[in-house]
Design a protein around this ligand. Structure first.
Ligand SMILES: C[S@@+](CC[C@H](N)C(=O)[O-])C[C@H]1O[C@@H](n2cnc3c(N)ncnc32)[C@H](O)[C@@H]1O
Length: 271
Protein backbone atom coordinates (compact mmCIF):
# COMPACT_ATOMS: atom_id res chain seq x y z
CA UNK A 1 0.00 0.00 0.00
CA UNK A 2 1.41 3.42 -0.90
CA UNK A 3 1.60 6.21 1.72
CA UNK A 4 -0.94 8.16 -0.38
CA UNK A 5 -3.39 5.26 -0.15
CA UNK A 6 -2.79 5.00 3.59
CA UNK A 7 -3.53 8.71 4.12
CA UNK A 8 -6.68 8.46 2.03
CA UNK A 9 -7.88 5.41 4.02
CA UNK A 10 -7.22 7.20 7.34
CA UNK A 11 -9.44 10.04 6.16
CA UNK A 12 -12.23 7.66 5.19
CA UNK A 13 -11.86 5.71 8.46
CA UNK A 14 -11.53 2.46 6.52
CA UNK A 15 -9.04 -0.07 7.86
CA UNK A 16 -8.64 -2.81 5.26
CA UNK A 17 -8.22 -6.30 6.67
CA UNK A 18 -9.02 -9.80 5.45
CA UNK A 19 -9.64 -12.61 7.89
CA UNK A 20 -9.79 -16.21 6.70
CA UNK A 21 -12.24 -17.96 9.00
CA UNK A 22 -12.70 -21.72 9.19
CA UNK A 23 -16.43 -22.40 9.42
CA UNK A 24 -16.04 -26.02 10.53
CA UNK A 25 -17.42 -29.12 8.82
CA UNK A 26 -21.11 -28.23 8.45
CA UNK A 27 -22.76 -28.22 11.87
CA UNK A 28 -22.99 -24.48 12.64
CA UNK A 29 -22.07 -25.15 16.28
CA UNK A 30 -18.68 -26.44 15.15
CA UNK A 31 -17.19 -23.01 14.43
CA UNK A 32 -14.76 -21.55 16.99
CA UNK A 33 -15.74 -18.76 19.40
CA UNK A 34 -13.08 -16.61 17.72
CA UNK A 35 -14.68 -17.29 14.34
CA UNK A 36 -18.08 -16.19 15.68
CA UNK A 37 -16.59 -12.99 17.15
CA UNK A 38 -14.98 -12.11 13.85
CA UNK A 39 -18.20 -12.72 11.84
CA UNK A 40 -19.93 -10.25 14.17
CA UNK A 41 -17.39 -7.59 13.14
CA UNK A 42 -17.53 -8.17 9.38
CA UNK A 43 -18.18 -5.51 6.78
CA UNK A 44 -18.21 -8.06 3.95
CA UNK A 45 -18.35 -11.88 3.99
CA UNK A 46 -17.33 -13.99 1.00
CA UNK A 47 -18.53 -17.54 1.64
CA UNK A 48 -18.12 -20.98 0.06
CA UNK A 49 -20.68 -23.61 -0.89
CA UNK A 50 -20.13 -25.94 2.07
CA UNK A 51 -20.77 -23.21 4.63
CA UNK A 52 -23.80 -23.65 6.84
CA UNK A 53 -26.00 -20.63 6.01
CA UNK A 54 -27.01 -20.35 9.70
CA UNK A 55 -23.60 -18.75 10.27
CA UNK A 56 -24.52 -15.82 8.04
CA UNK A 57 -27.12 -14.80 10.63
CA UNK A 58 -24.22 -13.74 12.87
CA UNK A 59 -23.09 -11.11 10.36
CA UNK A 60 -24.23 -7.50 11.07
CA UNK A 61 -27.32 -6.52 9.05
CA UNK A 62 -25.53 -3.71 7.21
CA UNK A 63 -22.70 -6.04 6.07
CA UNK A 64 -22.63 -7.60 2.60
CA UNK A 65 -22.62 -11.38 2.14
CA UNK A 66 -21.43 -12.74 -1.21
CA UNK A 67 -21.53 -16.37 -2.38
CA UNK A 68 -18.30 -17.32 -4.17
CA UNK A 69 -18.52 -21.13 -4.10
CA UNK A 70 -19.29 -23.93 -6.50
CA UNK A 71 -22.92 -24.88 -7.04
CA UNK A 72 -23.72 -28.23 -8.73
CA UNK A 73 -20.28 -28.23 -10.35
CA UNK A 74 -20.72 -24.65 -11.60
CA UNK A 75 -18.01 -22.29 -10.36
CA UNK A 76 -19.58 -18.92 -9.47
CA UNK A 77 -16.20 -17.11 -9.38
CA UNK A 78 -12.70 -18.17 -10.41
CA UNK A 79 -9.96 -18.10 -7.76
CA UNK A 80 -8.49 -14.99 -9.44
CA UNK A 81 -11.85 -13.24 -9.20
CA UNK A 82 -12.19 -14.17 -5.52
CA UNK A 83 -8.68 -12.85 -4.82
CA UNK A 84 -9.40 -9.55 -6.55
CA UNK A 85 -12.77 -9.23 -4.84
CA UNK A 86 -11.25 -9.69 -1.36
CA UNK A 87 -8.72 -6.92 -2.00
CA UNK A 88 -11.23 -4.56 -3.62
CA UNK A 89 -13.85 -5.05 -0.88
CA UNK A 90 -11.23 -4.58 1.87
CA UNK A 91 -10.22 -1.19 0.41
CA UNK A 92 -13.85 -0.23 -0.12
CA UNK A 93 -15.47 -1.45 3.11
CA UNK A 94 -12.78 -2.47 5.63
CA UNK A 95 -13.03 -5.88 7.29
CA UNK A 96 -13.58 -8.74 4.83
CA UNK A 97 -14.22 -12.23 6.17
CA UNK A 98 -13.40 -15.09 3.84
CA UNK A 99 -15.55 -17.87 5.31
CA UNK A 100 -14.30 -21.27 4.25
CA UNK A 101 -15.39 -24.85 4.94
CA UNK A 102 -13.52 -26.77 7.64
CA UNK A 103 -10.08 -25.27 8.11
CA UNK A 104 -8.76 -22.67 5.61
CA UNK A 105 -5.33 -24.32 5.49
CA UNK A 106 -6.53 -27.88 4.83
CA UNK A 107 -7.13 -28.14 1.07
CA UNK A 108 -8.71 -24.71 1.26
CA UNK A 109 -6.39 -22.55 -0.89
CA UNK A 110 -5.96 -20.40 2.20
CA UNK A 111 -2.23 -19.91 1.68
CA UNK A 112 -2.70 -18.69 -1.91
CA UNK A 113 -5.28 -16.17 -0.75
CA UNK A 114 -3.07 -14.87 2.07
CA UNK A 115 -0.11 -14.44 -0.32
CA UNK A 116 -2.24 -12.46 -2.76
CA UNK A 117 -3.84 -10.19 -0.15
CA UNK A 118 -0.54 -9.51 1.65
CA UNK A 119 1.01 -8.44 -1.68
CA UNK A 120 -1.29 -5.37 -1.46
CA UNK A 121 -0.05 -4.54 2.03
CA UNK A 122 -3.41 -5.50 3.53
CA UNK A 123 -3.41 -6.99 7.03
CA UNK A 124 -4.49 -10.63 7.17
CA UNK A 125 -5.47 -13.06 9.92
CA UNK A 126 -6.30 -16.76 9.88
CA UNK A 127 -8.81 -18.21 12.31
CA UNK A 128 -8.46 -21.95 12.22
CA UNK A 129 -11.52 -24.13 11.83
CA UNK A 130 -12.38 -27.72 12.69
CA UNK A 131 -11.52 -29.68 9.58
CA UNK A 132 -14.00 -32.13 8.12
CA UNK A 133 -11.04 -34.55 7.97
CA UNK A 134 -11.29 -34.99 11.74
CA UNK A 135 -14.79 -33.88 12.72
CA UNK A 136 -16.72 -35.95 10.17
CA UNK A 137 -15.17 -39.32 11.19
CA UNK A 138 -15.59 -38.29 14.85
CA UNK A 139 -19.30 -37.66 14.29
CA UNK A 140 -19.56 -41.37 13.45
CA UNK A 141 -17.48 -42.41 16.45
CA UNK A 142 -14.38 -43.04 14.33
CA UNK A 143 -11.16 -42.17 16.14
CA UNK A 144 -8.30 -41.59 13.72
CA UNK A 145 -5.73 -42.86 16.20
CA UNK A 146 -6.17 -45.48 18.90
CA UNK A 147 -3.58 -46.97 21.19
CA UNK A 148 -2.45 -50.32 19.84
CA UNK A 149 -4.56 -49.95 16.67
CA UNK A 150 -3.44 -46.88 14.73
CA UNK A 151 -0.35 -44.82 15.46
CA UNK A 152 -0.90 -42.15 12.83
CA UNK A 153 -3.16 -40.88 10.09
CA UNK A 154 -2.76 -39.46 6.63
CA UNK A 155 -5.10 -36.80 5.26
CA UNK A 156 -4.87 -36.88 1.48
CA UNK A 157 -6.61 -35.17 -1.39
CA UNK A 158 -8.19 -37.51 -3.92
CA UNK A 159 -7.77 -34.91 -6.64
CA UNK A 160 -4.51 -33.03 -7.19
CA UNK A 161 -3.90 -29.89 -9.22
CA UNK A 162 -3.63 -32.07 -12.36
CA UNK A 163 -6.98 -33.74 -11.48
CA UNK A 164 -5.09 -36.96 -10.74
CA UNK A 165 -5.28 -39.16 -7.64
CA UNK A 166 -2.48 -38.16 -5.27
CA UNK A 167 0.47 -40.56 -5.33
CA UNK A 168 0.39 -40.32 -1.52
CA UNK A 169 -2.58 -42.72 -1.54
CA UNK A 170 -0.24 -45.32 -3.01
CA UNK A 171 2.27 -44.68 -0.20
CA UNK A 172 -0.36 -44.53 2.56
CA UNK A 173 -1.86 -47.84 1.47
CA UNK A 174 1.46 -49.51 2.29
CA UNK A 175 1.46 -48.16 5.85
CA UNK A 176 -0.54 -49.22 8.90
CA UNK A 177 -1.89 -45.68 9.31
CA UNK A 178 -5.52 -44.61 9.12
CA UNK A 179 -6.09 -43.02 5.71
CA UNK A 180 -8.53 -40.12 5.32
CA UNK A 181 -9.25 -38.99 1.77
CA UNK A 182 -11.04 -35.76 0.86
CA UNK A 183 -12.38 -35.05 -2.64
CA UNK A 184 -11.88 -38.72 -3.48
CA UNK A 185 -15.31 -39.93 -4.59
CA UNK A 186 -14.53 -39.65 -8.31
CA UNK A 187 -11.41 -41.73 -7.75
CA UNK A 188 -12.92 -44.38 -5.47
CA UNK A 189 -12.40 -47.23 -7.94
CA UNK A 190 -8.74 -46.32 -8.27
CA UNK A 191 -8.35 -46.05 -4.48
CA UNK A 192 -9.93 -49.47 -3.98
CA UNK A 193 -7.58 -50.90 -6.65
CA UNK A 194 -4.53 -49.56 -4.82
CA UNK A 195 -5.54 -51.05 -1.46
CA UNK A 196 -6.28 -54.40 -3.13
CA UNK A 197 -2.85 -54.35 -4.75
CA UNK A 198 -1.39 -54.33 -1.24
CA UNK A 199 -3.62 -57.22 -0.09
CA UNK A 200 -5.89 -54.99 1.97
CA UNK A 201 -9.24 -56.17 0.64
CA UNK A 202 -10.57 -56.81 4.15
CA UNK A 203 -9.63 -53.41 5.59
CA UNK A 204 -12.69 -51.55 6.95
CA UNK A 205 -13.74 -48.40 5.14
CA UNK A 206 -16.41 -45.78 5.85
CA UNK A 207 -17.70 -43.10 3.51
CA UNK A 208 -19.52 -40.21 5.13
CA UNK A 209 -21.40 -37.73 2.96
CA UNK A 210 -22.48 -34.29 4.28
CA UNK A 211 -21.05 -35.20 7.68
CA UNK A 212 -22.30 -33.34 10.79
CA UNK A 213 -25.31 -31.96 8.89
CA UNK A 214 -28.94 -33.08 8.80
CA UNK A 215 -28.27 -34.61 5.35
CA UNK A 216 -25.51 -36.89 6.63
CA UNK A 217 -25.31 -40.30 4.96
CA UNK A 218 -22.88 -43.11 5.65
CA UNK A 219 -21.80 -46.32 3.95
CA UNK A 220 -19.56 -48.83 5.69
CA UNK A 221 -17.90 -51.99 4.48
CA UNK A 222 -14.53 -53.29 3.42
CA UNK A 223 -12.30 -52.39 0.50
CA UNK A 224 -13.84 -55.40 -1.26
CA UNK A 225 -17.46 -54.41 -0.73
CA UNK A 226 -17.44 -50.60 -0.74
CA UNK A 227 -18.02 -49.92 -4.44
CA UNK A 228 -21.27 -51.88 -4.35
CA UNK A 229 -22.33 -50.13 -1.13
CA UNK A 230 -21.68 -46.70 -2.64
CA UNK A 231 -23.77 -47.59 -5.65
CA UNK A 232 -26.65 -49.01 -3.61
CA UNK A 233 -26.70 -46.08 -1.19
CA UNK A 234 -26.01 -43.52 -3.90
CA UNK A 235 -23.21 -41.91 -1.91
CA UNK A 236 -21.57 -38.90 -3.53
CA UNK A 237 -19.54 -35.75 -2.84
CA UNK A 238 -18.98 -33.99 -0.52
CA UNK A 239 -17.73 -37.02 1.34
CA UNK A 240 -14.91 -38.19 3.56
CA UNK A 241 -13.38 -41.61 2.95
CA UNK A 242 -11.85 -43.25 6.05
CA UNK A 243 -9.83 -46.43 5.61
CA UNK A 244 -8.36 -48.38 8.50
CA UNK A 245 -8.94 -50.76 11.38
CA UNK A 246 -10.20 -47.85 13.51
CA UNK A 247 -13.45 -47.82 11.50
CA UNK A 248 -14.64 -51.08 13.05
CA UNK A 249 -13.80 -49.79 16.53
CA UNK A 250 -16.42 -47.04 16.31
CA UNK A 251 -19.15 -47.58 18.91
CA UNK A 252 -21.67 -46.51 16.26
CA UNK A 253 -20.40 -48.85 13.52
CA UNK A 254 -19.33 -51.87 15.58
CA UNK A 255 -22.64 -53.65 15.12
CA UNK A 256 -22.25 -53.64 11.33
CA UNK A 257 -18.87 -55.35 11.53
CA UNK A 258 -20.07 -57.84 14.15
CA UNK A 259 -22.80 -58.94 11.72
CA UNK A 260 -20.29 -59.25 8.88
CA UNK A 261 -17.88 -61.10 11.15
CA UNK A 262 -20.50 -63.60 12.23
CA UNK A 263 -21.54 -64.17 8.60
CA UNK A 264 -18.15 -64.84 7.06
CA UNK A 265 -15.60 -64.70 9.82
CA UNK A 266 -13.89 -61.85 8.03
CA UNK A 267 -13.24 -59.79 11.13
CA UNK A 268 -11.99 -60.51 14.59
CA UNK A 269 -13.25 -57.80 16.87
CA UNK A 270 -11.36 -56.79 20.00
CA UNK A 271 -9.40 -59.97 20.37
C1 LIG B 1 -11.97 -28.30 -0.92
S1 LIG B 1 -12.02 -29.48 0.36
C2 LIG B 1 -12.06 -28.41 1.73
C3 LIG B 1 -11.75 -29.08 3.02
C4 LIG B 1 -11.90 -28.13 4.22
N1 LIG B 1 -10.93 -27.07 4.15
C5 LIG B 1 -11.77 -28.85 5.55
O1 LIG B 1 -10.82 -28.63 6.31
O2 LIG B 1 -12.70 -29.62 5.86
C6 LIG B 1 -13.68 -30.06 0.21
C7 LIG B 1 -13.80 -31.53 0.58
O3 LIG B 1 -13.85 -31.68 1.99
C8 LIG B 1 -14.68 -32.76 2.32
N2 LIG B 1 -15.79 -32.27 3.15
C9 LIG B 1 -15.98 -31.01 3.58
N3 LIG B 1 -17.07 -30.92 4.37
C10 LIG B 1 -17.58 -32.16 4.43
C11 LIG B 1 -18.71 -32.74 5.10
N4 LIG B 1 -19.50 -32.02 5.89
N5 LIG B 1 -18.93 -34.06 4.95
C12 LIG B 1 -18.13 -34.81 4.20
N6 LIG B 1 -17.06 -34.34 3.54
C13 LIG B 1 -16.78 -33.03 3.66
C14 LIG B 1 -15.16 -33.38 1.03
O4 LIG B 1 -14.25 -34.40 0.66
C15 LIG B 1 -15.08 -32.19 0.09
O5 LIG B 1 -15.00 -32.61 -1.25
Amino acid sequence: MTSGQKQWLMKTNIFPKVTLVGAGPGDPDLITVKGVKSLKQANVVLYDALINRELLKLVPKEAKTIFVGKRKGFISHSQDEINEMMVQKAFQYGHVIRLKGGDPFIFGRGAEEIDYIESFGIETEVISGISSAIAVPASQGITLTKRGISESFWVITGTTLDKELSNDVFLAAQSTATVVILMGMDKLKEIVGIFKKFNKSEIPIAIIQNGTTKNEKIGVGTIDSILEIVETQKLASPAIIVIGEVVKHSVKLRAFYEVVASKNGAFQLYE
